[in-house]
Design a protein around this ligand. Structure first.
Ligand code: FAD
Length: 404
């Protein structure tokens, strides 16, 4: 009988991990706290790493058709009233790495992964909120809020930012609020976005940052980052139209011309969420339990790398599990240690750079804006260090042929 893997939960990482494990002959079973896949959230940026990993499952080409491939990054300064940078980095990624950068609705992506897992007969159980994990020799037991339990040879925590698996393994530590929130939503495509080139558009101004890009033939996703002393925990709920109209009235960017005001004022829904930080732990496993994705390394959104880094985790963990003989405590310990050795330096760079970017985005005072605009202009609209890190990151998780 093939080894069984309990996967908590059915988010972005969980569904891909399950499909990769099944593809390699293991028996994954997903347990998710919600009753069904959520129609929630705004959008995600997917970069070449995601397509390399999903290509192993034959899903990359289809996925590209569900989002919008980017051609160019365009940066506007609200203070100067002009474009301060253009970069054709996404077009170059396609040329050099063979895979694009796309923007996609997060719920479209989650639904696509879920449907693909169903097609591959991945076993899934919903309304199963994990509350505890017990380890006993060479077995792991997941304990759910409804009092039921499941047993497996291994348990992988893919349960996101507030990971219960992580809390059980390493003790509950506070998730730190960054002092920034984002408000974002969808709006019909304005004329300026109907040009032949598909752009990722960002606007820098005093006290707020704004970004927007198409997610379909009819819709643009946008988000604004703003400082806020009080926390707003993310539930990714899409507000009603009435709530949305009320919310956007108060956004600073609702009066910014050249994109933001039009998009914000025609929003069909918004979602509001705080940005949080959790330290990157030096170890991501204990016994037969290991963390993947946001559960191990949540990140601010400013490098667009959260879900892409989760795909790299999935690739390496499955590659190393394939190599680990008979899944003894010793071979698993070696596999998880190797996984952490490869992944921790990369996510440390990605999460660290996202934090720096976040601090650059919300500028207070005219002097700070002028300084930032000048630096951005020199870098073609981007902080040169962040562009360098971005170019390194999108080359993962392997070059040449996949090893799985
Ligand atoms: C509904 C939703 C909408 C999102 N929208 C956006 C967005 O618009 N933009 C953005 O940048 N990021 C968004 N994110 C976060 C983004 O998906 C992740 O940062 C990234 O894709 C990494 O994926 P992940 O699988 O590690 O975590 P996630 O995609 O966050 O998945 C975590 C999963 O764990 C489940 N879960 C949590 N606790 C338990 C538990 N105790 N027992 C069982 N299941 C549990 C959750 O319900 C969820 O399905 C969203 C996340 C969610 C859950």
């Amino acid at each position: 009988m093939s080894q069984s893997v309990i996967i908590i939960a059915c988010g972005i990482a969980g569904s891909v991990l399950a499909m990769l494990l099944k593809h390699k002959g293991f028996s994954p079973i997903i347990y998710e706290r919600h009753a069904e896949i959520q129609q929630a959230g705004i959008s995600l940026g997917l970069s070449p790493q995601t397509f390399k990993v999903l290509n192993i499952l034959g899903l990359a080409e289809k996925l590209i058709t569900l989002g919008v491939p980017l051609d160019e990054f365009v940066t506007w300064s609200e203070l100067r009233g002009e474009i301060i940078g253009r970069k054709d980095a996404p077009a170059n990624a396609l040329k050099w790495l063979g895979w694009p950068q796309i923007t996609i609705s997060r719920s479209t992506y989650a639904r696509f992964l879920y449907d693909s897992a169903v097609e591959r007969s991945v076993e899934m159980h919903f309304s199963k909120k994990l509350v505890d994990v017990k380890q006993d020799g060479d077995k792991v037991h997941a304990v759910f809020e409804d009092g039921t339990e499941a047993q497996g040879d291994l348990l992988v925590g893919c349960d996101g930012l507030h990971s219960a698996v992580r809390n059980v393994l390493f003790g509950k530590e506070e998730v730190k609020y960054s002092g920034l929130i984002q408000v974002g939503g969808f709006a019909p495509i304005p004329d300026a976005f109907k040009s032949a080139k598909s752009i990722f558009y960002q606007v820098f101004g005093e006290g707020a940052h704004f970004l927007a890009s198409r997610v379909s033939d009819t819709q643009v996703a946008w988000a604004t980052t703003i400082p806020q002393p009080t926390e707003t925990q993310e539930d990714w709920r899409r507000m009603s139209l009435a709530e949305t109209k009320e919310m956007v009235k108060h956004l600073q960017v609702s009066t910014w011309n050249h994109g933001p005001s039009e998009l914000v004022n025609s929003a069909t829904f918004v979602t509001r969420y705080g940005l949080y930080e959790r330290p990157i732990l030096p170890v991501w496993h204990k016994g037969r339990v290991v963390l993947v994705g946001d559960a191990a390394h949540p990140t601010g959104p400013h490098m667009g790398q959260g879900s892409n880094q989760a795909m790299e985790d999935c690739y390496h963990i499955v590659r190393l599990l394939c190599k680990a003989e008979s899944w003894t405590n010793t071979t698993l310990e070696a596999a998880f240690t190797e996984y952490e050795r490869i992944r921790i330096p990369i996510v440390t760079k990605s999460v660290g750079q996202a934090k720096i970017q976040g601090a650059h985005r919300v500028l207070i005072g005219r002097d700070a804006c002028e300084k930032s605009d000048e630096m951005l202009k020199q870098g073609g609209g981007y902080d040169p260090e962040s562009m360098k890190v971005q170019l390194e990151l999108v080359q993962g998780p392997f070059t040449g042929e996949s090893e799985i």
